[in-house]
Design a protein around this ligand. Structure first.
Ligand SMILES: [Ca+2]
Length: 632
């Protein structure tokens, strides 16, 4: 739902002596124009000074009691009542500027303020807590991603859409060979606007997470939504080379292929790891294969490069369109762990990675955001049009998938880096996970650490020391006291998950944020803090302090669950091979934006799953807000 930020009007307690509150006032209450000036809001005073006497203005009048006298006076002064209220002694009127002072001077008028345009906060920024974090900047600066570069490695971007402020699109490059950087497929534009879309359309209803971040458009998926591993690697490689030129700090990869090779050998995973080692935060879609064509729940279908331990792998939650997170669920299609890339040994035996993924989840179901003109996805499924505006540069559409959830996290990473530019990619990941909210009824293989909580994450980021490069295991990590480990969004308070996903486990404990951990360093694989030695899990004593704890629910490297802990669902799901996707369902080397799946399933089946995922789980969702100002 749209949250309206109505600026609270200062109530001036200035009751006229001898006139009891609530008593009917006479229509001829004495007007005192000079005394009335102090009953005008300061903004309105300034406005009136710039207006011609006969120019009409819209104001809200607050009465001390009954409205009858004021209503008559408004009419006498040439005004029109635009709105009145059942439970408030207010009226909204349209009136000549010169009459405002006269009205304010009446003894039955308490205060007059400008009827200002309502600032709408987008559903995404509200429900994720981004809106709350906006005020967490040092010296009253706004946390909106300003200056931080996010590279959207996707199908190109229609950068003329008014969701993108022209000055913030700092580079566009093509690696598809098609020689264009716009978005005939229609995926990248939507993805980019979720991360960095501005407030322009519909009064801000579709504002992205980091609206003032820099946008770098790296096109690797062609007009059919397809790409190759080699081109995607070229795009990542370019970002590493250009990171200083454009201050690229975050990569968004909303595509993938079904994982075949172990992350250790998969070239795309290696490219992601190289980018993380170079200091870039890499957010990757988990994939949309959380169920088969019959709707059966699937485990083990995390895509590559989402299987890479260094990536922040993002699953899709469903907000049901409400800002409150009480009703949030994991989408049926969001790919679940564990990862199933494998290596084959000299005996011909396959050894699966079986790493816990995704790392966290973010809203990704039926998200309304920017449209590229005449794009293939909307042409294929016209019902995805959100009918927000007829103007090409204001048009919005629905899309669903982990592709949409990923840029929510990429935008969040930009906010963290704006708040604390010295954070390493591993610390960004740790903060996002530690502050996340585990959703009830879903296990770790479905939601990782839980649902993204930007309020908590930006707050924690601001408390972390800026000299992390010099810290060693166990050094104090915070600049001050431990923060309150809970967040209130849309009037509902929740406690942070307080833990981090490791390869086969969930580690938790306050020391993860009070003390520096070896896994936060650059060049360290974040999830290497827990070792598996002869079938026993143990904390790596050089990477984690002894105060961190291992959860009881644990996956062993052979895919069985050590014990059915509260964090993991029943162990039977992994023992049964039928629930796990085979590692061989996609032709090697072909990538698909995850709204378009192709596999060894028949093409009609794959297309049906792809289309179903694109439309999302058909539940209540973001309410379209019509763009009422289509003139520019
Ligand atoms: Ca909700």
């Amino acid at each position: 739902m749209i949250k309206r930020l109505v600026v609270a009007t200062l109530m001036v307690a200035q009751y006229v002596v001898g006139v009891p509150f609530g008593r009917n006032l006479l229509p001829d209450a004495v007007a005192q124009p000079h005394a009335g000036r102090q009953k005008l809001s300061s903004v309105l005073r300034d406005r009136l000074d710039d207006r011609e006497p006969q120019e009409r203005v819209r104001v809200i009048i607050q009465s001390a009691g009954a409205m009858a006298g004021i209503l008559a006076a408004v009419k006498d002064l040439g005004g029109v009542v635009r709105r009145d209220y059942e439970n408030l002694n207010h009226i909204a009127v349209d009136i000549p500027a010169e009459a405002v002072g006269t009205l304010a001077g009446r003894s039955d008028v308490n205060f007059v303020s400008e009827d200002r345009p309502i600032q709408v906060t987008g559903h995404l920024e509200t429900t994720t807590g981004a809106e709350l974090a906006r005020t967490y900047g040092p010296d009253s600066s706004t946390i909106d991603g300003a200056g931080i570069g996010i590279a959207v490695i996707d199908s190109g971007i229609f950068t003329n859409h008014h969701a993108f402020s022209a000055a913030r699109v700092v580079a566009s490059v093509d690696f598809t060979g098609e020689g264009r950087t716009d978005d005939p497929y229609g995926h990248g534009t939507h993805v980019a606007s979720i991360a960095v879309g501005n407030r322009h359309v519909a009064g801000g209803a579709y504002t992205g997470i980091a609206p003032r971040a820099r946008l770098i458009n790296v096109r690797v998926l062609d007009s059919q939504g397809r790409g190759t591993t080699s081109n995607a690697i070229a795009g990542i490689d370019w970002c590493i080379s250009q990171k200083a030129a454009y201050n690229i700090r975050v990569l968004n990869l909303s595509f993938g292929a079904v994982a075949v090779d172990s992350y250790a050998n998969d070239p795309l995973c290696q490219a992601v790891r190289r980018a993380v080692d170079a200091g870039l935060v890499v957010c990757v879609a988990a994939g949309n294969l959380g169920k088969d064509e019959a709707g059966n729940k699937l485990y083990g279908a995390i895509h590559s490069p989402g299987i890479e331990p260094a990536a922040i792998t993002v699953g899709a939650a469903n907000t049901l369109g409400t800002d409150s997170r009480l009703d949030d669920v994991i989408t049926t299609y969001s790919s679940r762990g564990p990862t199933r890339g494998f290596v084959t040994d000299s005996e011909g035996v396959d050894h699966y990675d079986n790493i816990i993924k995704p790392d966290l989840v973010a809203p990704g179901n039926r998200i309304i955001d920017a449209v590229s003109p005449n794009n293939r996805l909307l042409a294929t499924t016209p019902a995805l049009d959100a009918n927000v505006s007829p103007l090409a540069k204001h048009k919005m559409m629905y899309m669903s998938g982990t592709s949409m959830a990923t840029p929510v996290v990429a935008g969040a990473a930009a906010l963290l880096l704006q708040r604390n530019p010295r954070l390493t990619p591993n610390l960004v990941k740790a903060i996002l996970e530690y502050t996340a909210q585990p959703l009830e009824g879903f296990n770790t293989l479905e939601q990782g650490a839980g649902e993204l909580n930007i309020e908590g994450a930006v707050r924690l980021a601001g408390l972390i020391r800026t000299d992390v490069k010099r810290l060693t295991l166990g050094a104090p990590l915070l600049t001050g006291p431990v923060p309150v480990e809970s967040t209130t969004i849309a009037d509902v308070n929740f406690v942070w998950g307080g833990g981090l996903i490791q390869k086969w486990n969930f580690i938790y404990g306050n020391e993860l944020i009070t003390k520096y951990q070896g896994i936060y360093g650059a060049g360290t694989i974040f999830s290497n803090g827990v070792l598996l030695t002869s079938g026993t899990l143990m904390t790596n004593g050089t990477l984690l302090t002894s105060g961190t704890l291992l959860s009881t629910g644990t996956i062993m490297s052979n895919g069985t669950i050590l014990s059915a802990g509260t964090l993991l669902a029943s162990g039977t799901m992994l023992a049964s091979g039928t629930l796990l996707v085979s590692g061989t369902i996609l032709a090697d080397g072909t990538l698909y934006s995850d709204s378009y799946l192709a596999s060894a399933m028949s093409k009609p089946t794959a297309d049906a799953i792809a289309l179903a995922a694109l439309a999302g789980d058909y539940t209540a969702g973001m309410v379209p807000v019509i763009d009422a100002n289509p003139g520019h």
